[in-house]
Design a protein around this ligand. Sequence first.
Ligand SMILES: [Ca+2]
Length: 87
Amino acid sequence: MTTIFEAIAILRKVFDKYAGKEGDAKTLTKKELTDLLKEQLGGPPKQAEMDQFFKMLDNDGDGIVDFNEYVVLCATVCKGELTPVLR
Ligand SMILES: [Ca+2]
């Protein structure tokens, strides 16, 4: 497997790990996303910032973050743009 496919497999594995904690195993609740940020990215920010961040990621506004929306989070981290949010 090439390096980029390995990286993608790991991103998928992380998503599945947190999405499987409660509710639908194919989506992230706010609690699951908070745990993911805390354990994997050194976050989360303050509750108000977390609410705003979750809203931003929840593109279709259904109250959960699906895999497509999670990919946006990964891309944001990849571009180095998440640091100001998490600090
Ligand atoms: Ca959503």
